[in-house]
Design a protein around this ligand. Structure first.
Ligand code: NAD
Length: 506
């Protein structure tokens, strides 16, 4: 199998915030990898634009160091050639200096894209100046970073501001989760196989678990995170996107609006969440490390670093099938996984002593990307018909060989999609607003009640109440996917909360 690299059209890409953390860690190392793979044509140019008063050479030096640090193994000659394509202009989004200079560097007849890798408070000023100084026209594209607002009102205001200057078809709202190979694979698995889709509904699916667990703490983002929390930082965007891809109806075509229309319908079909169906948590200090409150430098913080919830989608396909979402920081394992737990067979011909067994399809987004299907077989050996569950396990790395290492990361892929003019993997304005419209009442409810998150131990599986969420439903498969080494371990387990808790801590 050989990966095919199709070069994109020649482009001028201006990165506002080109000297910032995101540009240095992700965007430019990603562009270098696309350059290396032959996807960037000879005529492509990248222009950094930021407030720092530096020259072209200083910017090239900065990016060379960034690629060396964050870009993985590379060929130094290729890197020299790549940085030779970089230019820099000092502009202040809020001022009028530098814009004519930037305009002079842009060429006619190539794709023109502007990446807003700056805080959202600058989006309006940038959009206005791009139009005012005549840098952007109706064919130009703008890429905007998350967070896209912090509630419905602010997201709407951002949409209004951007649409004053650009059409929706020109606006690329990034949720880098959608650029992940394995996330796109969700659509391939669902809609490229006859096997799954006929069973993909409330008649056959008992429940679905979506888990994005991180081992890291809030890191250097404490100030931002304490104002956002897990609900805004992860659920409103990344987990909501995963939920949409898992639950949506088959779009007629793999085209931007077909896909985004179906995702939007899922968000709009979500029931409001009852307070009792949500667990919030905050990680505590342990012997060696400070807890959440110390990390964000706010001893009275009531922001959640963990959230787990049970959701219902009110439509014909999913009525009666609960979706369990959870995400958190400082958990015992790093794992992004979706587990589709099928119902029991309607009748067991093997009698009650064979027990109940369920098929579970686990899709691992990271790490060890792949899929595992738990199937029930006869336990080998004499002595009657005893059943056991075994994993049919596939790791994409094993299945695809060296090609699996060569796939572009999320940012690389998404930037190339911008140049191609393909919005399928970007969020549409109404989608973002619908997600906030569903999220807002939950957060407002917490604030109104003065809700305080439940403490949990760093390195654990989150507050015990999160496990209780599932036990209340007497689910037979109550494990945390991914928090058990990323593999199905065999038998479905009926566990009491106390047992579950002991096992999770083991
Ligand atoms: P940063 O503070 O490291 O960099 C900000 C950049 O914006 C700098 O290049 C700075 O010169 C430029 N800038 C600031 N004010 C300006 C002005 N008035 N005019 C022109 N340029 C100006 O920030 P960052 O971490 O690179 O993040 C940029 C945006 O991306 C933020 O909105 C952030 O929330 C978002 N984001 C960042 C990450 C990440 O991993 N860093 C991930 C997702 C989203």
């Amino acid at each position: 199998m050989v990966s095919r690299v199709i070069p994109v059209d020649p482009f001028d890409l201006v990165i506002f915030g080109g000297t910032g953390d995101l540009a240095r860690r992700k965007i430019l190392p990603g562009l270098f990898r696309r350059f290396n793979s032959g996807q960037m044509p000879e005529e492509a140019r990248i222009i950094g634009a930021a407030r720092s008063d530096m020259g072209r050479e200083a910017f090239q030096d900065m990016i060379r160091k960034a690629v060396e640090e964050f870009g993985g193994p590379h060929d130094p000659e290729a890197l020299t050639e790549f940085v030779g394509r970089l230019d820099y202009v000092a502009v202040d989004a809020m001022g009028d200096g530098g814009w004519e200079d930037l305009k002079g560097k842009l060429r006619a007849g190539v794709v023109r894209a502007f990446y807003f890798s700056v805080g959202p408070s600058l989006f309006g000023a940038l959009a206005e100046r791009l139009r005012g100084f005549g840098l952007a026209d109706d064919d130009s594209r703008v890429v905007v970073e998350k967070p896209f607002g912090h509630d419905l009102a602010s997201a709407r205001a951002l949409n209004v501001t951007l649409r004053e200057h650009f059409h929706e078809e020109q606006i690329y709202r990034i949720d880098h989760y959608l650029g992940k190979e394995t996330v796109q694979n969700l659509m391939a698995v669902r809609f490229g196989n006859m096997l799954f889709e006929p069973l993909w509904n409330a008649q056959y699916v008992d429940h679905i678990q979506i888990t994005v667990a991180e081992t890291v703490d809030v890191g250097g983002r404490g100030g931002y995170y304490d104002k956002a929390g897990a609900m805004r930082d992860m659920v409103q965007n990344h987990l909501m996107q995963l939920l949409c891809l898992i639950a949506m109806e088959p779009p007629a075509r793999f085209e931007p609006d077909s896909v985004r229309d179906e995702k939007l319908k899922v968000i709009r079909a979500l029931d409001p969440v009852d307070y009792h169906q949500i667990v919030r948590g905050q990680y505590e200090a342990d012997d060696s490390q400070p807890g959440y409150r110390a990390h964000v430098d706010n001893q009275r913080s009531t922001t959640e670093s963990f959230v787990a919830m049970k959701l219902a989608i009110s439509n014909w396909r999913w009525a009666g099938t609960p979706f369990y979402l959870r995400t958190g920081k400082k958990l015992r394992a790093r794992a992004s996984e979706i587990a589709v737990v099928f119902k029991d067979a309607p009748h067991s011909i093997f009698g009650p002593e064979a027990g109940t067994h369920r098929n579970v399809l686990t899709i691992r987004l990271q790490p060890n990307e792949g899929m595992t299907l738990g199937v029930t077989i006869k336990e080998p050996g004499p002595g009657g018909m005893r059943l056991i569950d075994v994993p049919l396990d596939m790791s994409f790395a094993d299945a695809l060989g060296p090609d699996a290492e060569d796939v572009p990361d999320a940012y690389e892929r998404l930037i190339m999609d911008v140049i191609r003019g393909n919005q399928t993997l970007f969020m549409r304005g109404d989608e973002v607003e619908a997600a906030w419209a569903w999220t807002d009442p939950i957060i407002e409810g917490w604030t109104a009640r003065g809700d305080v998150p439940k403490p949990y131990d760093a390195g654990s599986s989150g507050p015990e109440d999160a496990l209780m969420l599932m036990h209340k439903d007497e689910l037979k498969v109550a494990r945390y996917p991914g928090l058990r080494a990323g593999r199905l371990t065999g038998r479905p387990m009926a566990r009491t909360p106390a047992q579950a808790s002991r096992e999770e801590e083991a």
